[in-house]
Structures are given as structure tokens and as C-alpha cells.
Design a protein around this ligand. Structure first.
Ligand code: GFB
Length: 316
């Protein structure tokens, strides 16, 4: 274990991926930490370009790094763009972690995803379930890249003594989400679909069977957990970041319909994949570190719908 709590006051903190839903929430959260947040625009720095990342980091000299940049997407995007999801994420991780070691970053937080766990992992999923069984095929490209990222962070810890830690958030949602139906996750997709069905009086189409269960965490809660981990955690194991409960996709659909105020017909589209049947994480490790989520699912959906109506988000 390194020195805890780690002090963020006065530190130069690079949030890589600051324009994404998670990165922007982390920037919002860091505003109350008296640190100096540094960012790099996409036109300024290509994170898949290792030389460019090294050069930029040597100039900027971040002391803390949060790696929230990744090629992300929902079940369909994952399944149809395996090269981007595997290659780009491997390149980003390699560039940023290598650069962080090279410039002597004091602390780095790597963000993964709950899809790193085996498809049929025992529920709720503990951190130790990693690499104990086959992955869900619809997201194995992304999962393998994220598992490699966890291992690279751990390798830097072991071999060079770097204080690199990893967090595995569950399915996240909130302001700034991607509403492009071909690339989005289920929450923004349902918000958009239910809203549009309300306007047209049409039916709401739910992909797959509606029976898979998912755990959802509001993105500002995730950002708060990330800051908590930066300050209070320094150890080998990655840490699950979840809400502690899950719902079926059909239950989620009904909840979104209540929030949006639409009670029309709902149909399923069995031609679309279900993915993992269930992925509820065990959050005991994070709770033991003194952090618990604050936003109830209904409140988070209401805030996300308000942000959607306000035009916040991509793919609109
Ligand atoms: O959120 P989602 O795309 O990703 O889908 P995963 C979750 C569930 O919602 C699946 C169903 O069972 C989908 O079939 N679903 C129903 C929908 N309607 C829709 C819809 O309109 N759009 C979408 N997208 N889904 C992702 C991984 O898996 O989880 C990523 O692909 C990442 O790698 C992310 O890890 C957290 O939860 O199945």
C-alpha cells in the first residue's frame, strides 16, 4: 500500500477523455478539489499515437492522470467494430500508461468496465472473478483491451513501483451520453426511443428479449467514486464501481416510460442480441473503502431525460 490519503490539492491532474460522458463528469467533480485540471483536445492530441502522447506529457507534466478516454459503445457497436474496440483501446492504454511512467506521474487511475468479467460469472461479481471463464462474445474485443489495460497498470506497479490503480465501473448513464441508436448503450437508447414514441404515439422497440439484467450507475456518482479511489486507494487489485442493484431491461423500459410520461405499446426485437444475461457487481471492496452511491435510479433517469431535452449529449 502507498501513502493514503493521496493529496490532490495543487496537483496538475490530466483527465484523458474529458469530452466523453465519464471524463466530463470527472472534470465537473474535480472542480471542487482545488487541483489544476489539464485537458488535451482531440485535434491537439491523438491518444493512439504513442510518440505524440509522450511529447505532450513531457510538455504538460501532469502529476495525476485519470484515463477515461476509450473507444466505447453499446452492444451493436461492440459487435460490429471489433478492430476499433480492440486496437484503439490497446493503443490508448499503452500510450498513456507508458507516458505516465516516463514523466513520473504520482498517481494514475485506469478505467475499465464490468464487461471484463466472464459471461457466466457468479453474481454479484467479485473482483477475483477476472479471467476465470470465457467472455461474452458481443463485447470480448473491448473486454480484452480493458483486461490488458488492468494488467499493464499492474505490471507498471510491480516492475517500476508506479502508483497506478484500476476501477471497473458498471453500465454508466447520465448527461453527455451518446444517443446515436446504432452506437449507444441501452439507457440513452431507451430515453430517445420512448421520447420519440411519445411524440409520434408509436410503439417502443426493445432490443433482444428484455430479460437480461443490468446494473446502472449515474455518471456523477462514478466520478465521485473515482476521486475517492484516487485519494484513498493504492493497491494491486482493480476495484468494482457499481450501484449495488440491477433491473431487467424490460423493468428499465417501464421506468423510463414513467419518467418520460408515455404509456404506449412496447415490443421486443429478437433479431438483436441480448448479450450477457446478468452482470451485477459486488461493491464490497469499494464500500469497505468508505464510498457508496448517492443517486437512485429513478432520479438519475429523470436527470438524464432533462439533459436529453436540453440537447446535452452526442448523436442527437
Ligand atoms: O447497454 P448495452 O448496449 O450493452 O445493452 P451491454 C444492454 C442490454 O439492453 C442488452 C438491451 O441486452 C440489449 O439487447 N437493449 C434493449 C438495448 N434495447 C436496446 C437498445 O435500443 N440499444 C441498446 N444498446 N441495447 C456493453 C458492452 O454491454 O456494456 C460494452 O457492449 C460495455 O463493452 C458496456 O462494457 C458497459 O451491457 O450488453
Amino acid at each position: 500500500m502507498g501513502a493514503v490519503p493521496f493529496e490532490l490539492i495543487g496537483k496538475r491532474v490530466w483527465v484523458a477523455g474529458h469530452r466523453g460522458m465519464v471524463g466530463s463528469a470527472i472534470v465537473r467533480r474535480l472542480a471542487s478539489e482545488a487541483c489544476e485540471v489539464i485537458i488535451a483536445g482531440r485535434d491537439e492530441l491523438d491518444l493512439t499515437d504513442q510518440r505524440a502522447v509522450l511529447g505532450w506529457m513531457h510538455n504538460q507534466r501532469p502529476e495525476v492522470v485519470v484515463l477515461a478516454a476509450a473507444r466505447v459503445g453499446g452492444i451493436l457497436a461492440n459487435d460490429s467494430m471489433p478492430v476499433e474496440f480492440l486496437r484503439d483501446n490497446l493503443l490508448i492504454e499503452t500510450s498513456v500508461l507508458t507516458g505516465a511512467e516516463s514523466v513520473g506521474v504520482e498517481k494514475l487511475l485506469f478505467l475499465g468496465s464490468s464487461c471484463i468479467y466472464p459471461k457466466h460469472a457468479a453474481q454479484p461479481i467479485k473482483e477475483e472473478a477476472l479471467l476465470t471463464g470465457p467472455l461474452e462474445p458481443t463485447n470480448e474485443w473491448y473486454a480484452i483491451a480493458k483486461i490488458a489495460g488492468i494488467k499493464l497498470a499492474l505490471a507498471y506497479r510491480r516492475q517500476y513501483g508506479c502508483d497506478f490503480i484500476s476501477a471497473m465501473p458498471t453500465n454508466l448513464y447520465g448527461p453527455g451520453d451518446n444517443f446515436d441508436l446504432n452506437a449507444s448503450h441501452v439507457m440513452p437508447a431507451l430515453i430517445r426511443k420512448v421520447h420519440e414514441a411519445k411524440l409520434s404515439g408509436g410503439e417502443v422497440v426493445v432490443w433482444g428479449s428484455g430479460t437480461p439484467r443490468r446494473e446502472f450507475l449515474y455518471v456523477d456518482d462514478c466520478a465521485d467514486a473515482c476521486v475517492h479511489l484516487l485519494r484513498h486507494y493504492s493497491d494491486d487489485s482493480h476495484v468494482n464501481v457499481g450501484s449495488g442493484s440491477d433491473v431487467s431491461i424490460m423493468e428499465l423500459t417501464r421506468l423510463v416510460m414513467e419518467v418520460v410520461g408515455y404509456n404506449g405499446p412496447v415490443v421486443t426485437d429478437p433479431s438483436k442480441p441480448d448479450g450477457t444475461p446478468r452482470k451485477l457487481m459486488d461493491n464490497g471492496k469499494l464500500a469497505g473503502l468508505g464510498w457508496t452511491p448517492k443517486t437512485a435510479l429513478r432520479d438519475g433517469v429523470a436527470k438524464s431525460y432533462a439533459a436529453f431535452l436540453n440537447g446535452e449529449g452526442r448523436g442527437l
